[in-house]
Write a protein that binds this ligand. Structure first.
Ligand code: 6CS
Length: 304
């Protein structure tokens, strides 16, 4: 299944004519009600616009997904083909929902949620781990990909890192991590000063910076670091995994607040995939555990 890379950041018009029209009616209604000094109870039923999101995607023929190009979570081939465990699950589910294609848009983790909110993409399928602050900002599906955290270091782990706190304690130590990513926040929360947490744009850059001694450690989830090391084939590198004290995280597909009807439709198909065994067939060849994702829930992960 070919899917191109859409790099357009052109903001889409805010809403369809119908959405804008119904919005005006809603505002007028609320203004009228307010004038009567009556507190309006806003219905929480999905509006036609919310249900239309899936209809909009069906008509569009593709869903624009934010990805990071961090194998095995997400990957983009030279010809633009999008793969990786997260897009592969999303592609199957969206096809079952009547949306034949996914189009990937490479984004830094820290820009994925703002991009979703600005309607630059329709969903995030990138291994964006569920955490309370993110759960407050987006509508996550049920869990898809789970992984622990790792650090890439020089062979022999010369500074003896086992945790982010170890890096905090060593005033000469620096750690690289994705901008707005989980590992950046874990390092900062462990007390590593801002100037010793280096934002690294992608895995290849992180690998090179460790090889060149420009950073002492580079942190990504275990399967991402293992993928980098396997491809690098460099005997002077070592993986510290799991990072002590760091939780196992799981992602879900992330949708805009307001698109809960689309998220719920996605979850219905995800549940069927999990129950049929197809979910395991998609993600386990990448190294992920279907049981890990099926043993937890959005509710538990968003509770922190
Ligand atoms: O969710 C995150 O922030 C992290 N997820 C992945 C798959 N890689 C790094 C990133 O920081």
């Amino acid at each position: 299944m070919r899917a191109g890379i859409c790099r357009s950041n052109k903001p889409r018009k805010m809403g369809t004519e119908r959405e804008n029209g119904s919005m005006k009616k809603t505002v007028a209604l609320l203004a009228g009600v307010a004038a009567l000094g009556v507190t309006a109870i806003v219905l929480t039923e999905p509006t036609a616009a919310q249900n239309d999101k899936l209809e909009e995607l069906k008509a569009q023929g593709f869903v624009r997904v934010a990805i990071a190009n961090e194998p095995p979570f997400t990957a983009v081939a030279a010809d633009g083909k999008v793969s990786g465990a997260a897009p592969d699950v999303a592609r199957v589910i969206f096809q079952k929902l009547g949306v034949p294609e996914i189009v990937g848009s490479i984004s830094e983790y820290g820009a994925m949620i703002p991009g979703l909110q600005a309607r630059r993409h329709d969903a995030v399928t990138a291994g964006l781990f569920m955490k309370p602050e993110r759960c407050a900002a987006v509508a996550y599906s049920e869990p898809v990909l789970c992984d622990a955290e790792a650090m890439l270091v020089k062979k022999g782990n010369p500074k003896g890192f086992k945790s982010y706190a170890d890096i905090a304690k060593d005033s000469s130590a620096t750690i690289g991590a994705p901008g707005g990513g989980t590992e950046e926040k874990l390092a900062l929360d462990a007390g590593v000063p801002r100037d010793r947490v280096i934002v690294v744009p992608d895995g290849q850059s992180g690998l090179k910076m460790v090889q060149d001694g420009r950073i002492d450690a580079y942190s990504l989830p275990v399967l991402s670091i293992n993928d980098l090391v396997k491809k690098a084939n460099d005997p002077n590198l070592e993986v510290v995994a799991p990072v002590e004290g760091a939780p196992v995280y799981c992602d879900g597909a992330a949708f805009r607040k307001g698109d809960e009807a689309l998220r719920d439709a996605f979850d219905v198909e995800l549940k069927k995939l999990k129950e049929s065994g197809e979910f395991a067939k998609i993600i386990e060849p990448y190294g992920f555990s279907a049981a890990a994702a099926m043993s937890t829930s959005r509710e538990k992960l968003c509770a922190g």
